[in-house]
Design a protein around this ligand. Structure first.
Ligand code: PAF
Length: 281
């Protein structure tokens, strides 16, 4: 696996692969890799000839009081995991490389970026779309894999790709869960044993909504109420939002008639966790 740390080097390597007729699969990450990330790498590998993974803790998508400085950066472990998966290129630029001094250009998917996590993390999605647009421009992948766990992020990136006519196929891969149901996340590493147990309330609440939906309930307010009630048994976890929205527009759904995204975010201690499921009538 070749490691590229500059934009020039990465661009040249991707260009050379494309000239050889290779189909490029790309997985953008912030490192601290877990099985969820590795499932994306495997999906990219299955559908392309050359796999590029980026590790970049993108400062622009963190708010002023968020965890940028303490975000885990186990680079050597990540490198080894990617090597084991047969990744061809690892792009690991510095913040200065990605954001040259004085950079003032951003990519924003207006409207969608203020929904779900965008409400409590005001510039988060702007940071995500800006860095993903840069990465797409540097690597020019044929396809890029994202996790369904960040369902709003996936919808926003799909919209950016559509609106900007970017020639990249977006592949969204299923959520990977721990055996007890907790959605895998690099931030799970912050949880102490008690918080780790309490954090199961997220997947439990979604399971309860699916159960009630299965019995025929289609009214979103009532389904949301059922999900929120599960949080009442776990007062140590503070709910941020519990919403049922259209998976593409992220607009609230009143009655579930087509596919609907049930999305939840909550704090276990200071750690913000997200999870979701899709209801399919
Ligand atoms: O999902 C993530 O890890 C990040 O938001 C991404 C897509 C790598 C952009 O920094």
């Amino acid at each position: 696996m070749k490691i590229c740390t500059t934009v020039k080097e990465m661009h040249a390597a991707a260009h050379a692969a494309r000239r050889e007729g290779k189909r490029i699969g790309f997985v953008p990450t912030m490192g601290a890799l877990h099985e969820g990330h590795l499932s994306l790498v495997r999906a990219a590998k299955a559908q392309s000839d050359t796999v590029v993974v980026s590790i970049f803790v993108n400062p622009v998508q963190f708010g002023p009081n968020e965890d940028l400085n303490r975000y885990p950066r186990p680079f050597e472990r990540d490198r080894q995991l990617l090597e084991n998966e047969g990744v061809d290129f690892l792009f690991a630029p510095s913040a200065e490389e990605m954001y040259p001094a004085g950079a003032i250009t951003y990519v924003t998917v207006e409207g969608l970026s203020e929904k779900l996590c965008g409400k409590s993390r005001p510039r988060h999605f702007r940071g995500v779309t800006t860095v993903v647009a840069k990465l797409f421009h540097i690597i020019e992948p044929d396809l890029a894999c994202f996790g369904q766990k960040d369902a709003a992020q996936a919808a926003i990136i799909r919209r950016m790709v559509r609106d900007l006519h970017l020639p990249v196929e977006i592949v969204v891969c299923p959520i990977v869960r721990e055996p007890d149901g907790l959605a895998m996340s690099s931030r799970n590493a912050y949880l102490d044993p008690q918080q780790r147990r309490s954090a199961l309330v997220l997947s439990r609440s979604l399971g309860r909504v699916v159960e009630v939906f299965g019995k025929g309930e289609r009214n979103s307010d009532r389904l949301i109420e059922v999900g929120k009630q599960v949080f009442e048994d776990e007062p140590s976890v503070r709910l941020d939002y519990f919403e049922i929205v259209d998976p593409e527009t992220l607009e609230p759904v009143v009655t579930v008639r087509g596919a609907a995204l049930v999305a939840v975010a909550a704090f276990a201690g200071t750690t913000r966790l997200i999870d979701n499921t899709v209801l399919q009538p």
